[in-house]
Write a protein that binds this ligand. Structure first.
Ligand code: PRP
Length: 221
């Protein structure tokens, strides 16, 4: 780690649904930077007074930045952590961004048993999680990896079903898909690079405890 790396605490935030709440929580804990917003063209935003640097990444890439130490810590969904399987410390469940990973199919294709989906195609942004789910169920399927708008796949015949995240359920409903199995729940997590956690322990620990107090007081409400 260079002395400049040591001087700053680098925090990675993902573009997308978790960004706003994550930035808000960090600001409430005293970590903010002028111009930090999801749509900023500037991808590194620094607060020189606090010696804090924010980087904004694509959601699926965030654990990679933290694993390699390009960011010391980050906030990311448990779903992405399970899919990406990177070597990072998971420090805290931030308890927001609750969603569930489900198997969904067009209404007309809904079956009683998982075995009835054997040999069908599943479109997903989460091929590892989908693979594991069907493997555990002993059902052989073909996984098709996509990068977004997964609900489109069954409509145009690219796949019979999808494994995707559901938050409000609106997207499934609007695309006439029904949930046929729940795979797991996910919330936002605070993660840290293993080396940074040791080298910058005091700073990371202070931030973690500030966020923990916030999470505990929200849960107690
Ligand atoms: C996620 C997810 C669903 C949608 C679910 O997609 O993949 O498409 O949100 O939310 P809802 O239950 O509240 O409707 P996201 O908006 O992150 O973008 P994507 O289509 O690029 O995956």
């Amino acid at each position: 780690m260079t002395s400049s790396d040591m001087e700053y605490l680098t925090i990675a935030l993902p573009k997308g649904k978790l960004f706003e709440k994550a930035a808000k929580m960090l600001a409430a804990a005293g970590y903010q930077a002028e111009g930090l917003n999801e749509n900023s063209r500037k991808l590194v935003i620094t607060n020189e007074t606090l010696k804090v640097r924010f980087i904004i990444t694509k959601t699926a890439d965030l654990p990679t930045y933290v694993e390699y130490g390009a960011a010391d810590i980050g906030i990311i969904g448990k779903d992405v952590l399970l899919e990406e399987k990177k070597d990072v410390y998971e420090l805290l469940d931030l308890k927001f961004g609750l969603c569930r990973m489900v198997l969904a199919v067009p209404e007309a294709l809904a079956k009683d048993s998982l075995a009835d989906y054997a040999h069908m195609r599943v479109a997903t942004k989460f091929p590892r999680i989908a693979e594991q789910f069907f493997h555990d169920a002993g059902v052989q399927v073909e996984i098709i990896k996509l990068n977004g708008s997964i609900e489109l796949a069954p409509i145009v015949g690219l796949a019979e079903m999808i494994v995707d995240l559901v938050e409000t359920g609106r997207t499934l409903k609007e695309n006439r898909l029904v949930e046929t199995a729940k795979i797991q729940q996910a919330t936002a997590r605070l993660i840290a690079n293993r080396v940074s956690f040791k080298m910058k322990f005091d700073r990371i620990n202070k931030l973690t405890e500030a966020l923990r107090t916030m999470v505990d007081s929200e849960v107690a409400k």
